[in-house]
Each structure stands twice: as C-alpha cells, then as structure tokens.
Design a protein. Structure first.
Length: 370
C-alpha cells in the first residue's frame, strides 16, 4: 500500500475513468500520475513541468516515494501570481502535490479528470493551518509501534531526556506559522518564576492564589498564579507541555482564540481549587490549569498526532488518543489524592483547565469552515 511522502500516513485511492491516483486523508497530499496531470494542466505549463522532470532540473527532496523507495525530486515552479514546489518520482512517473498545490497551477479550460480531494478531507485539512496532524479520528495499526529507526533516533536523541522523565514526545511537528505567542508565554513565565526562585521570594505569595483570600487585588490572582512555580521541576515540566502542545494549538486556533482558551483554563482551574477546597491554608501556583486546557484540546483536535512514550527504556509509538487515556487516568488519580490530602498537586486546577479545553474544542466544532 502507498504511504504519503509528506506525513507517512496510509494513502487512499480515488478512481478516474482512465486511471487512479492516491490521496492522503491526514494532510491532503496527492500522488498523481503524469498522464492525469497532463490532461488537467494547461499544455504550455505542463511542457515546462515535463521539461524539468526529464532534465532532472530540481533538488533532491527529503520526501520519499514509498513504492520505490527513492527520494523525490523537488521542482520549484513559478506562475504569474505565486511560487509552487512540487515533487516528482522518476521511476513511478508521478507528481506529489501538497494540499491546494495542484489548484495553483494553470488549468485547462475543460479538465478531463476530477483530481480534487474528497469534500470531507478537504474540509478537515483546510480547517487546520498546519494540515499534517492527525485531524480525523480512526483506529489504524500504523499509528502504533516499538522503537525508532536509527536515523530518527539520531535526529531526536535529545528526546531521551523527557522520555526518561515519563513525559511524552512528538515524533513529528509541522507548523504553518511561527507560534510567537507561545514563545512569549514560555519566556515571560520563565522570567517571573526565576525571579521568584532567586531574587524576589515574595513573588510566589503575591502572585499566587491564596485559599483564604482569593479575591484580594480584585481577584487578579485567579490569573496571575500562572506565572509562579514552586520549584524547577514544576516550572520545566509545565513549560515542556506548553512547548510541545501549545505551538500546534496556537497554530490551529490563531493567537486570539488561543489566549482566550488559556485565560479560561487558568481561571476555571483557579476557581475549581478555590471553591472545592474547604481548607484555605494554601497558595496555588503554576501554569498547569491553562496547560491542561491545551492538552485536552490538542488530543481532541489531533487524535492521531504521532507521539511516543518511553517504557522500560523502550520507545512505544502511540497516537494522541491513546495518550489521552493515560493522561486522563493520571488526572483522576491526582484529583483523588488531593481530595484525600495525600498530595499538594492540585488535581482540581487540572480538572478545571481540562473543562475549558473541552469547551474550546466543542465550540470550535461548530465554527464555520475557512
């Protein structure tokens, strides 16, 4: 079976009267035989493509055709309005187009074949700016595995550190735009927390949410507790989740909705802790309420995103929806431990944040398509 050169997902087949082509449900890529492209692209422009293919006038792409398997040839093309880079497999005589790339080429007046994506696939990939996460839920054996190839293991060797700490890692991460807001949040949270660690110890008490006086300073502490942390492990683990999941969520939602969800998650997390903890002698600090909103939104939005978890020093490759069971079970245990007085970790704050993430995803589901 053909795998997608872009995201490694299993490709589907779409038939035309003369020949079939492959398309990817996850990223919207299409692998189309030259014969079909010839009948749909304008004759003058197709001769330009054909000339480049025959003369090998392109750069060796990192993408591979899974049939050969050989590296594709990247062909930069220009038309009157924009630049397009498509990939060519010489052995299969096929062209690979990322989503919407074929439509950017000059078309014939009367195309002979319907080379478009199925409507439901186009809808899903167009609602996600980075388009290559697993946005459609389905169970596939290809989402699971043990270990990594030597090449991948070398490229991502640094991920052994969070793996040994029991943290999940992403096996791929493609973004449509730079997550500047997420980077800013990581920077400002680090700066304020470190100030509290070494220079202004009173910051934790000032910015943290006090159980016996939550509405001091007009209630701003229901948000400001995000910026202070108890210790380095508390800070780094929170920032790690913000880094690996927050960039994709910001990329998908955009900066405005992303910050609204974070504010809602932080606020609901603080309110859950304040309302359901009868013992008011505590100070709540940490970004985990808002980050719980990010994690749950990410899992629901990208259920087949490629993650890995280390178990007994062996990498286990899993999709995000499997990690969801582990994460939700861990939150349930934390909540039970908190209610029994066995831990200072706030499972209530995590639960409130997760509710905000679920509501954000639920609202997103009913937004109009781009």
């Amino acid at each position: 079976m053909q795998k997608c050169p872009s995201c490694d997902s299993q490709m589907k087949t779409k038939k035309t009267p003369s020949q079939s082509f492959y398309y990817c449900e996850d990223c919207g890529g299409r692998l189309i035989p030259m014969n079909l492209v010839r009948d749909n692209v304008s004759a003058i422009y197709f001769r330009r493509i054909e000339s480049r293919c025959n003369e090998d006038r392109g750069n060796k792409s990192k993408r591979k055709c899974q049939n050969c398997p050989k590296n594709l040839l990247a062909l930069p093309l220009k038309n009157a309005s924009q630049n397009v880079e498509i990939d060519y497999c010489k052995k299969c005589d096929s062209l690979f187009f990322d989503v919407d790339e074929l439509e950017k080429l000059p078309q014939t007046a009367y195309p002979n074949h319907d080379l478009s994506l199925p409507s439901e696939v186009k809808r899903d990939v167009n609602r996600s700016p980075h388009k290559t996460k697993g946005t459609r839920f389905k169970i596939s054996i290809e989402d699971f595995g043990v270990g990594w190839s030597k090449k991948k293991l070398y490229e991502f060797s640094w991920k052994i550190i969070p793996g040994l700490m029991g943290l999940p890692v992403e096996r791929e991460n493609r973004l449509g735009r730079s997550p500047l807001l997420n980077y800013f949040l990581i920077g400002i949270t680090s700066f304020i927390s470190i100030l509290g660690f070494y220079f202004i110890p009173e910051l934790f008490e000032v910015l943290g949410l006090k159980g016996d006086n939550g509405f001091r300073f007009g209630g701003i502490n229901f948000l400001s507790y995000w910026f202070v942390h108890a210790n380095w492990y508390h800070l780094l683990s929170n920032l790690y989740f913000l880094w690996i999941f927050g960039d994709n969520v910001e990329d998908d939602l955009g900066k405005g909705p992303y910050i609204i969800m974070l504010v809602a998650g932080t606020l609901l997390g603080g309110m859950a802790q304040y309302l359901f903890t009868p013992d008011g002698e505590y100070i709540l600090g940490g970004a985990s309420g808002g980050i719980s909103a990010i994690i749950l939104f990410y899992i629901l939005r990208f259920p087949r995103a490629k993650l890995a978890q280390m178990f007994l020093l062996v990498w286990i490759r899993i999709p995000a929806y499997v990690y969801a069971f582990f994460w939700l079970f861990l939150q349930w245990l934390t909540l039970q431990s908190q209610l029994l007085g066995e831990t200072q970790v706030s499972g209530l704050a995590h639960t409130g944040g997760a509710i905000a993430g679920f509501l954000a995803w639920f609202i997103w589901r009913f937004q109009p398509e781009d």
